[in-house]
Design a protein around this ligand. Sequence first.
Ligand SMILES: NC(=O)c1ccc[n+]([C@@H]2O[C@H](COP(=O)([O-])OP(=O)(O)OC[C@H]3O[C@@H](n4cnc5c(N)ncnc54)[C@H](O)[C@@H]3O)[C@@H](O)[C@H]2O)c1
Length: 388
Amino acid sequence: MAEKMDAKLDYKNQQNDVVIDTDRKLRIGIIGCGWIAAAHLDSYKRMPDVEIVAGCDLIPGKAAKFFKDGGVEGVKTDYASHKEMLDDESLQLDAVSVCTYNRQHAIPTIYALNKGINVMLEKPFTVTLDEAVEVMKAEKESGKVLSIGFQPRLDANMQMIKKIVESGELGKVYYIQTGGGRRRGIPTPFGTTFIEDKTAGLGALADIGCYSLDMVLNAVGYPKPLTVTGYKSDFFGKDPTTYPGHPEYADLFGVDDFAAAFIRLEGGIILDFRIAWAMNINTPGDTIILGTKAGLRIPSTDCWNGSVGGPMKIYKTIGGVDMEYEVPIIRDEGSLFDKKIRSFLDAVKYGKPAPVPTSQIIYNQAILDGIARSAKLGKEIKIQIPKI
Ligand SMILES: NC(=O)c1ccc[n+]([C@@H]2O[C@H](COP(=O)([O-])OP(=O)(O)OC[C@H]3O[C@@H](n4cnc5c(N)ncnc54)[C@H](O)[C@@H]3O)[C@@H](O)[C@H]2O)c1
């Protein structure tokens, strides 16, 4: 009880004293108890209207240890897979967080939706476009809430990009350059699930590329992608010297550590994209949005994580005079992860639309999938999204 009261106060402090109705508790389960699941657990613990009732992982004992380490008692974890947990009707789950590696995003999500359970699915949406389409069919059939875990877009600075575009200050947007990267940052802190094809499916392209795409596509209203010319490489991932103490990871590396693409979007917008987990430069460039009336520069971060790296600048010519002015960084209150979880819970509780809807993220996924396919074929491809 004391723990729950603390959680309530904690959350109130972070979210400007938003009062949460605790009359009805939402019963939550977590599928996949690895690295990011800990962030979900921490946020759920801060929500006074949540009861975490179950968790599962393919690795025996991992879920039980996860909740013990997380300080949550009474959680049922004796399940060998997502299927066993979701089949347990005694749990009466309202929602699950799907925190599995990319190749296991679609399967548990579809299974949960088919059981009538709402889903908070981690990013990227899926690995392939076909999987994303199947998930959306299950979502439509179920009528349940499915939100995708893009917490950076809940940042006030990120929302300012959208406000600037929507204000008309830039005029008609015709060209966007986005992406980012890390000089050295292939993610292997907890093993190899990010770098093996059988678990990750895609590398930097999906892991951090999905954030860059969301930053700009969300700002310009998620236009439909039409064609893509993509490139992928793995020079650093396949190099044993990349992994001090673990040279064997080079053999296991089965995804991309760099990707680039030229994408045509509906509405005559060109999207020039590049993303890297490793490269021989500090940054492949800032994000820029060029419009007929003004241009916007969004500084990149050193360790690309999908956020705004410093004050943005607007470039404009008035009366023949070139001007530039700064958009100050907004100090955002509270944790983005808490906002992501809270907005999902509110959608479930009050029948609101998903905060990060699949109707948008399907275009993000179509681009990732298009880049991967075009890179393999070595030529431009048309993006075709089946009717759902
Ligand atoms: N939003 C963010 O900021 C953020 C940050 C990191 C990772 N992620 C995403 O979260 C996902 C997981 O990443 P991670 O770092 O936690 O990976 P991880 O490998 O540490 O954990 C994944 C866990 O899922 C388990 N699992 C896989 N399939 C399962 C199934 N069908 N049923 C039950 N358990 C299953 C695995 O055994 C593993 O323990 C990835 O898709 C990643 O892109 C998001």
